[in-house]
Write a protein that binds this ligand. Structure first.
Ligand code: F6P
Length: 280
């Protein structure tokens, strides 16, 4: 693995312990909103600041983009990192899973999925784990005090899928999407949805299945952001032998026109994604 990418992974692992230690005291909402209109908790803002500092300190990182800030912070270097610093932060109050998602690009965002060099996520669950994807290989680590221990050096999407989770209110789903969900229910997949993409995608990586946030009747682009959530998860799932889609094509074939662009997005077992594209 390239040295800069290895150092970026180390920096995210180090940040993860600080971010997690900061949860207790940062459970209240701030006055502001992020660029896509989500209310910001103190923990969102803190996670963003920690990652900005740690990632821009890595030699070779030329920019830091985040779901929590309007524009890209630039430095000098050929590697560019885009982050969702605290994914699923509305889960902080009810004490459920949350995460950090990041993608590494060789172009400054907004960048194409084809420009990705690596990606990963941290899951703040009962334990803190980190999944890293690079060179078509996916590794899962346990993080303790910023240090990583390998849990699984070859993460692959299990061949027999068992779980699914889709965002949005069911009455707002399109008719085609509802018929797809009926079909996969007939295949005995069971619903697992927790409201934090990282935790829900990690269930798909662990048990096999599909996660998605579809287009809704009144919001055709869905809720999740292509650059900060879609690309990194697509990169990880595709490297683990799965697939990704916006309903028509791989998310990695897409380039956002604007940094915070939203897109319907799906990741999971290849056969489930193919069936989704056929049904939609
Ligand atoms: O970042 C947005 C996010 O919290 C994702 O982690 C999650 O998948 C989704 O929103 C949950 O949305 P909803 O509350 O509509 O289910």
């Amino acid at each position: 693995m390239d040295d800069t990418i290895a150092t970026i992974f180390e920096a995210v692992a180090a940040s993860a312990s600080d971010i997690r230690d900061g949860f207790d005291e940062r459970r209240s909402y701030m006055d502001g909103e992020n660029p896509t209109g989500d209310r910001q908790l103190a923990a969102d803002v803190y996670a963003d600041e920690v990652l900005e500092e740690q990632l821009l300190a890595v030699d070779g990182v030329g920019s830091y983009a985040s779901e929590e800030r309007d524009s890209v912070v630039t430095d000098t270097g050929a590697y560019h990192v885009a982050c969702d610093p605290l994914d699923g932060s509305s889960n902080l109050k009810p004490n459920n899973g949350m995460g950090t998602i990041f993608g590494v690009y060789d172009e400054k965002p907004p960048a194409s999925g084809a420009d990705m060099l690596a990606a990963g996520f941290v899951l703040y669950g009962p334990i803190t784990t980190m999944v890293e994807a690079v060179d078509d290989s996916v590794t899962e680590y346990l993080i303790e005090d910023g240090d990583r221990t390998v849990l699984d050096e070859n993460v692959t999407v299990p061949a027999d899928p068992t779980v699914y989770g889709f965002g949005g209110r069911v009455p707002d789903w399109t008719e085609q999407f509802r018929s797809y969900v009926d079909e996969i229910e007939q295949d005995r997949l069971k619903l697992r949805y927790g409201g934090a993409m990282v935790a829900d995608v990690n269930q798909v990586l662990t048990h096999g299945g599909i996660f998605g946030y579809p287009m809704l009747e009144d919001t055709p682009s869905g809720k999740l952001r292509l650059q900060f959530e879609g690309h990194p998860m697509a990169y990880i799932l595709e490297a683990a032998g799965g697939a990704s889609s916006d309903g028509n094509q791989s998310l990695l074939a897409r380039t956002p026109d604007t940094l915070h662009e939203r897109s319907p997005l799906f990741v999971g077992n290849e056969a489930l994604i193919e069936r989704l594209e056929t049904t939609l």
